[in-house]
Every structure is written in C-alpha cells, then in structure tokens.
Design a protein around this ligand. Sequence first.
Ligand SMILES: [Zn+2]
Length: 277
Amino acid sequence: MQRGFGDCHVTSRAINTGHVILCCSSSMTARCQHVVAALLLTLGGVLSFPVGSEKRDPVSCGYQSCHPTKPGMLNVHLVPHTHDDVGWLKTVDQYFYGDRNDIQHAGVQYILDSVVDQLLKNPDRRFIYVETAFFYRWWKQQSASMQQTVKQLVNEGRLEFVNGGWCMSDEAASHYSAVIDQMTLGLRFLNETFGACGRPRVAWHIDPFGHAREHASLFSQMGYDGFFFGRLDYQDRDSRRSKKEQELLWRASDSLPAPMADLFTAALCCKSDEQQS
Ligand SMILES: [Zn+2]
C-alpha cells in the first residue's frame, strides 16, 4: 500500500512571500525561516472520513492532487508548511495578531493572508497548514467570499491540512484524554467546514521533545495514513541515518492486534536538530 517518496517530483516554484513559514521551536530565529521539504507520501490508503450530506463541486483534493511524476526518477514534492506555536514565547493572541514582536517576530494572521494570496497566483503551488486553533481564528475573520475561495483551494488540494488538532500535542506530560479532546476539537472544525477534503492525512509532530509510542497508536487509530515527526534522539537519528531507516512502520501497541496500531512513520531531521543536540 505504501509507495513511499519515490512517486513525487520537485516543485521548483516555492511560495515566496517571505513570511510564509513560521517555525517556532526553542530558539534561533534564523532557522525559523526555513522551508522544510515536506516529503508527502503517496499512499494508497482508502479514506473513510465522514462526508456528511454536503453537496460539493467535483473535487480533486487528496493524493490525486499531487503533480504528475516522472517515471524512472526520484520525484520529490517540496511543500512549505507552518509551525505556528499555539502559545510559546508569546500568548496565543499575541502570536495571532502579531503583537509584541519585540519578543518574537510572529503574526500568524498575516501568514494565512499571504499564503492564500500566493496560492491564488499560481495553481501549481501547495501549502500545508497545521494548527487549527489559529486557522479557526483566521477563518472567523474572513468574508463569505474569501471563505468560498479558501474552500475551493482546499477542494483542489492546493491548501491542505496536516495534523489538524487544535494544537500540536505535547507527548511527554499530556494525558491521553486531553490529546483526544484537542484533536477532536480541531478535526471536528475541519470536517464541519471543509468535509472530506479538510481531512488531514498525516499526523505532523515536528516539535515535541521526544515521541511516545502511545501517541503513534492514537494517531493510527484516528485513521491517519502516516506520521511525520522531528526531534528524535540524536543517537537514534545518527543510527537511522547510517542504516537508512528513517522511514519505518511503527507497531505502536503490544496489546492491539496488528495492523490496528501500525503507522507509517518518517523521522524528519533537519538543521535545527543538529543545532540543538
Ligand atoms: Zn514549536
């Protein structure tokens, strides 16, 4: 079922707003400007997200919205993404409205404004948005016509949601019930607003400090096709790099029968990991 990264190609035109990507994490503004190459999987999974009774125009979201690939070559998709902390150095409101930029230069509402503007200028462009808490705030501020425009972008797979929880769960100290609650809140909004095309297909945890097996189990049982995470232990990372094992099938439960808690997982590593280790 899983065909891996080989089915994608390089989209050479990146979205160049200068403020598209906000990577938070723990320090260093410079690395927060990075555009991570999000290697989106081409998976053959069948989606079962409840569509409800909505009537929509023909849609082309999902894996079929990937650009055509060239056989016999390593095809890679480069997709800019967000990493907008739902509260870190500033409050959630300060992050959203761009207040107190003396603490951290970040204004999430402008990211979404500029992303939509740039997506509309070129149908080849793609963007993935992660944090529903911020998207919800932005959505509520938009006119009906802008909401319709954004729905069209989502239906065409040009704007896609990943993870989709209200925020990115901490994996160390949070209780599983809180994880389920916040994921439910975000996913419910996406489902009610966009239907099937709003469904995130991959879980996306590029900033938690360490990753819990139970989290992978939860994501698998929620129906995600894959899980991308950052910040793995540096020794594990080095080992996996040398063995080319950064892609794996995570069997995330001893008690649940396979494949109920199996999840395709990709351990991302980037400059920021190296800077922190
Ligand atoms: Zn973060």
